[in-house]
Write a protein that binds this ligand. Structure first.
Ligand code: NAD
Length: 313
């Protein structure tokens, strides 16, 4: 999965993908909810990811996000598959975070990780990091909701990091005590506003995009997945651009890191902010579709397209 995501970032950097801006459907009656459409295309397939975010779901233990991908055949344009996507989305997000952590940390992998926001995405990122060979001495956890922190610590006890989990009620203390920090909250506006917390220059995976205050962003080496995508929708980087009036504080993209154009400056905090590109979901969904097709395990709907003769014969 991580290899597939790496290939897609390289393809994206070489202009071989199509990724128009995501469309955010907001609902006045449900201000905390939204549904995002992410259209896109790779060299093999086109399609759209349609993913809902209902934060109120988590109170009952139901995952926040749900969605589906429609894959379109490039030969005819016909939709060929409808694929469940909440897990694909979590998996590609975790793979992208693990890839970025890998290339930005190099051989100097941090052993103290801290998770701020302890939901489904945080769990997938921890799983993927450990599957990619990361070993931790301490796994710190901070969440505004005690049940979420407890749920994450319960998950950790079922992994090889059993006994390494540590709950922090003070977010500043968690940041100071972690060299790799994963931000996976649902915060709509920046809440990590003390640059001194980052004085030890950690590597930050800013997956939830809106947690860091502008001063923290401006102090850091910023790496993104796509500059245009990432500097919109009031992300922390978008707010930074609005403050300074330029994009000079963005060092480059993950493609630039993968191709050796830029690297981490150990004397600065390094922040990776991935907006999340639809082409990653499409590539993963295509790989799953093809594996199931080749194994004869597709669930087909016979007659779904019932008028396939233009002349009605
Ligand atoms: N960039 C990407 O590609 C990408 C992809 C998928 C998800 N995401 C983002 O990841 C985030 C997490 O998703 P999830 O499905 O795990 O959500 P979730 O609702 O399961 O978990 C989020 C957790 O954050 C906690 N939280 C909210 N505000 C907080 C704060 N200020 N401090 C500490 N904790 C706080 C909540 O209590 C909750 O437990 C979302 O913002 C989502 O949009 C990003």
């Amino acid at each position: 999965m991580v290899e597939l995501v790496r290939e897609m970032y390289l393809a994206h950097g070489e202009g071989k993908t199509v990724n128009p801006p995501s469309y955010f459907l907001t609902l006045p009656a449900l201000p905390s909810s939204r549904i995002i459409a992410l259209p896109g295309a790779t060299e093999r397939v086109a399609g759209v990811k349609w993913i809902s975010s209902w934060p109120s779901n988590t109170a009952s233990g139901l995952p926040r996000a749900s969605g589906a991908i429609l894959l379109n055949d490039l030969a005819t344009g016909y939709p060929i598959a409808c694929v469940e996507t909440s897990i694909i989305s979590a998996a590609r997000t975790a793979a992208s975070a693990a890839l970025a952590a890998d290339v930005l940390a190099g051989s100097d992998r941090p052993a103290r990780v801290g998770f701020i926001g302890a939901g489904l995405i945080a769990r997938h990122i921890h799983t993927t990091l450990t599957e990619c060979g990361w070993r931790f001495d301490q796994v710190g956890v901070h969440d505004l909701v005690g049940a979420s922190a407890d749920g994450f610590l319960g998950y950790l006890e079922r992994t090889e990091d059993s006994g390494k989990g540590k709950r922090f009620d003070d977010v500043g203390e968690l940041i100071r005590d972690s060299d790799l920090i994963v931000l996976a909250t649902v915060a709509a506006t920046p809440h990590l506003d003390n640059p001194e917390w980052f004085g030890h220059h950690p590597l930050v995976l800013h997956v939830s995009l809106r947690d860091l205050a502008v001063d923290v962003v401006l102090d850091a080496t910023n790496v993104v997945d796509d500059v245009d995508h990432c500097l919109r929708a009031n992300t922390s980087l978008h707010l930074a651009e609005q403050r300074v009036g330029n994009r000079d504080f963005v060092a480059g993209t993950l493609y630039d890191v993968l191709t050796g154009k830029i690297s981490r400056d150990a004397g600065r905090t390094c922040v990776f902010s991935p907006f999340g590109l639809g082409m990653l979901d499409l590539a993963l969904a295509t790989a799953i579709y093809e594996e199931l097709r080749d194994a004869g395990r597709l669930q087909t709907v016979d007659g779904f397209f019932h008028e396939l003769d233009r002349y009605g014969r």
